[in-house]
Write a protein that binds this ligand. Structure first.
Ligand SMILES: Cc1cc2nc3c(=O)[nH]c(=O)nc-3n(C[C@H](O)[C@H](O)[C@H](O)COP(=O)(O)OP(=O)(O)OC[C@H]3O[C@@H](n4cnc5c(N)ncnc54)[C@H](O)[C@@H]3O)c2cc1C
Length: 459
């Protein structure tokens, strides 16, 4: 049986940055990365809108899996902040978390992002404007790589790593066991090709590996908890309505507390001049957004999500299933994502192709015109409507009749794995990082957690 010093499971940002840091700090270590998906250049989603119109449930999803993980085709917004994107700071401290995120940023810049821009909320006049309108603008600096440059950075990172670290693609890890029944003897990692052992194991399986992660925690008796899901819509408006904000801040994370229920609603994943896209999670089609640095690919619209936070209390445990059920409902009504004009929603009628055609906002995603009030629970819908009106005060035009709402957008959260301040489980040498740990929910936090654990290992 082969033996490694460190095995990393998952080649998303968490796994890549752990591998990078190990290769820099301890090149003598024998390190392997096991990834369920394909190398970057082989990641192709078969949905082309013509021959293949909907998900055919590939063995591994090219959008979520493979080198680069879920982040590979993302908008590549690396937010440097402790205000959102994860709770890494609770484990390692606020300053250390920010330092690591800056370090990740330096590497992204070095490997292809040098021409990209860093935006910041520091000293912005919009903080006051938001406060005056019952909104809170969260603090952050954000490097926007864009989907195109993000890809280039990943290509360059792979070139850097491929001769220093062993990559095994199409290699789903089925089982992690304590070798010899004791953590002191390391870990036995089983895949379809057989078993190998390692002294230390870093698990970085992201959102797509969440169900598998639950099984691992159960089999190794590692405590977990889970109780949150965010549900909402993606808003699409003419870019000019939000341009005063997006030109200065690129992405503004704005939070609102609803008057009716005191629920938190927030903007999420803002894509100036971007496109709205379908996202497939376990065969359920939800909505997301992209934007490009390349001006040629930009559109006249800006899109962002409005999400309502939903925390559940005992006895309900399966918050993600709740989110999936709502998404399934929209898929049932529309065969995929639904789109509705804000004016139609307020008037209590479905949108039709004709009404959308006559509107002033040209949709960037072909979705089924429908009625979101038949899909979203009242409390969530009320929160979204309140927030649209609140945003209208800082960006007049947001609540126009022709504003498009696509639904549903769901932000799933992984269960939280019980970890100590080293991001180590109760088993010595078994670390869990990135979104799969429930500690992070973003590119920069996931990447930073990878660097952190690599440094923990190399001392
Ligand atoms: C469309 C989209 C856009 C996004 N945009 C942004 C953005 O702009 N900014 C931002 O901060 N975040 C964004 N995110 C979120 C971001 O991509 C994630 O937070 C980040 O990728 C998490 O990194 P990770 O390494 O923890 O996990 P992932 O990136 O999910 O990587 C996990 C990897 O592990 C592999 N894996 C899973 N199980 C196994 C197993 N058993 N054996 C072997 N391999 C396994 C998977 O195939 C996957 O490649 C976006 C996400 C999506 C889907």
């Amino acid at each position: 049986m082969g033996r490694y010093d460190v095995i990393i499971i998952g080649a998303g940002p968490g796994g890549i940055f752990a591998a990078y840091e190990l290769s820099q700090k301890a090149p003598e270590l024998k390190v392997a990365v096991f990834e369920a998906g394909n190398p970057l250049e082989k990641r192709r989603c078969p949905i082309d809108g013509k021959k293949v119109k909907s998900c055919i449930n590939c063995k591994t999803c090219a959008i979520m899996s493979g080198f680069g993980g879920a982040g590979a085709f993302s908008d590549g917004k690396y937010n440097i902040t402790n205000d959102f994107g994860g709770t890494l700071y609770e484990y390692i401290g606020k300053e250390a978390a920010l330092d690591l995120m800056h370090y990740v940023d330096e590497i992204n810049v070095r490997y292809g992002g040098e021409e990209t821009k860093m935006y910041s909320t520091a000293g912005t006049k919009f903080k006051k404007l938001c406060m005056q309108n019952k909104l809170k603008l969260l603090d952050a600096s954000v490097r926007h790589l864009g989907t195109d440059i993000n890809y280039v950075v990943l290509e360059n990172m792979f070139k850097e790593l491929k001769d220093k670290v062993e990559f095994r693609f199409n290699c789903h890890v089925d089982k992690i066991e304590l070798a010899g029944g004791r953590a002191e003897d390391g870990y036995k990692i089983t895949t379809k090709d057989g078993a190998v052992e390692c002294d230390k194991c870093i698990v970085s399986v992201g959102r797509s590996g969440s169900k598998w992660m639950e099984e691992v925690c159960e089999s190794l008796d590692i405590p977990t908890k889970s109780n949150r899901v965010d549900i909402g819509v993606r808003v699409e408006i003419p870019a000019v309505i939000f341009s005063h904000l997006t030109d200065e801040l690129y992405e503004s994370k704005i939070v609102y507390r609803t008057e009716k229920f005191e629920d938190k609603v927030r903007t999420f994943c803002m894509n100036p001049y971007g496109i709205v896209v379908n996202e497939n999670t376990n065969g359920i089609v939800t909505v997301n957004g992209h934007s490009y640095e390349d001006k040629e690919k930009q559109t006249e619209n800006t899109n962002f999500a409005l999400l309502v936070e939903k925390h559940f209390s005992e006895p309900f445990k399966d918050s993600n299933e709740y989110g999936e059920s709502i998404a399934r409902l929209s898929n049932m009504l529309g065969g995929g994502v639904l789109v509705q004009r804000f004016g139609d929603l307020i008037r209590g009628r479905r949108s039709t192709a004709k009404r959308i055609e006559e509107g002033f906002v040209r949709p960037t995603l072909s979705a089924e015109p429908g009625d979101l009030s038949l899909v979203l629970p009242k409390r969530i819908l009320d929160g979204i409507i309140e927030m649209v009106y609140a945003l209208d005060k800082i960006a007049p035009g947001t609540a126009n009749d022709d504003t498009l709402l696509y639904g549903v957008e769901v932000k799933f959260y992984n269960m939280e794995v019980k970890l100590d301040e080293h991001l180590e489980t109760k088993h010595k040498g078994l670390y869990v990082i990135g979104d799969g740990s429930g500690v992070t929910h973003s590119l920069s936090h996931a990447s930073a957690s990878g660097v952190y654990v690599a440094r923990e290992i190399t001392g």
